[in-house]
Design a protein around this ligand. Structure first.
Ligand code: TXA
Ligand code: MG
Length: 354
């Protein structure tokens, strides 16, 4: 049975937090809100519970989880040998959506880190997540609370769609703030490497470090990562059930993008009777009057934060419309746009350049 607890995200009821922490303490699985997306948590030192996280998500055991902490003392329970560069990032960005790859403290069960000698750690900035970790008194291992391959959950409703009946509790704290996962950095290498673009733009991280961060192709959603570097990047991700084609605006021109979407619609028309287009507010009118075409607005092209927040919800809505095929407009690969384009490239089976 899955119990659902509604809480005020800014000021969660301490009684609820106590109940939910005790579920975790006895080896249960709990979905909870963070400032990025909902996580599916297990007490990090409970090997059995952590194993169940992989099983209910249908996640391969070699794709490790992120460890969530609420204090710097907790950091040393799960990691060791923090470098000066990492201290700089921690001071500036925690609590918040930055995940660091650190040497694993041998106390952490291997199943948490998918057998690697490193762990991924972050301190979330959400009052519910922090209260829960604090009340439990130890870190929580948590991947995003979706079935493997599905879009990450940005509301309790999404968690219910994927995991209801399979986990012990869901803490419903409303819609998450960023709507995209944390930025993952390996700051041990020279230069540091961006493993996954996320809610903190890489430009901000470079500014704090005073040095460039390498952005490999796989961080842009192009090509594949090697196992040891970024295990999660090898798997199919974020994909709606509707087959999706991304129209990628490599020219940087909106008029070129719109013409390419229109010509693609014309080509697809013979084969598919219902085509869905995910578009920005500004360009939606170009497709709206076309017969057999449904338009879903994702947000304003000039407000990438809005697009980011709506991204995963939009991919889920796409499936409810039962389209035969979907087309999605791309965005500029700058700031949060890099994270959006990474997810869109992974969610689509085909990429057309415009
Ligand atoms: O915002 C977030 O990061 C959310 C919330 C719940 O905190 N969590 C999240 O977890 O997105 P998940 O499991 O969906 O993504 C974890 C990613 C995977 O891509 C995994 O491969 C990577 O972190 N990861 C974990 N441990 C790693 C390690 N030791 N080395 C490299 N990558 C690692
Ligand atoms: Mg995930």
């Amino acid at each position: 049975m899955t119990r659902v607890f509604k809480v005020d995200p800014l000021n969660p009821d301490q009684d609820v937090i106590r109940q939910v922490a005790s579920i975790l303490r006895s080896g249960g699985l709990v979905a909870f809100p963070t400032e990025t997306v909902y996580g599916l948590g297990a007490a990090v030192f409970n090997e059995q519970a952590v194993r169940r996280v992989y099983i209910v998500k249908q996640r391969p055991f070699d794709n490790p989880l992120i460890i969530h902490i609420s204090s710097l003392e907790m950091l040393y329970l799960v990691a060791e040998d923090i470098s000066e560069r990492e201290v700089k990032l921690i001071e500036k960005f925690w609590p918040g959506p930055l995940t660091l790859i650190l040497p694993r403290n041998p106390r952490v069960p291997r199943v948490v880190s998918g057998g690697l000698d490193t762990v991924a750690v972050r301190m979330p900035a959400h009052p519910v997540a922090l209260a829960l970790i604090r009340e439990l008194g130890e870190p929580i291992a948590a991947p995003s609370a979706n079935l493997a391959g599905r879009p990450s959950p940005t509301s309790a409703e999404h968690v219910i769609q994927d995991l209801y009946g399979k986990i012990d509790a869901i803490v419903d704290g409303g819609v998450t703030l960023y709507g995209i996962e944390s930025t993952i950095i390996n700051a041990r290498t020279n230069p540091p490497i961006l493993l996954r673009p996320g809610a903190y733009p890489v430009e901000e991280i470079e500014r704090v470090l005073g040095e460039k961060v390498a952005v490999p192709d796989y961080a842009r959603g192009l090509g594949e990562a090697t196992l040891a570097l970024a295990p999660g990047m090898r798997y199919r991700h974020y994909a709606p059930e509707t087959p999706l084609i991304l129209v990628d605006p490599v020219s940087g021109r909106i008029d070129t993008l719109v013409s390419k979407v229109l010509s693609t619609i014309m080509e697809l028309r013979d084969m598919y009777s219902k085509i869905c287009v995910v578009s920005s507010k500004e360009t939606a009118n170009a497709y709206r009057s076309l017969e057999g075409v449904s338009v879903i607005e994702i947000g304003s092209r000039w407000n990438i934060f809005e697009v980011t927040r709506n991204l995963f919800k939009t991919l889920r809505i796409l499936d409810t419309l039962k389209c035969d095929i979907g087309l999605v407009e791309g965005f500029e690969e700058r700031g949060l746009g890099l994270a959006v384009m990474n997810r869109l490239r992974k969610a689509s089976y085909k990429r057309i350049l415009a």
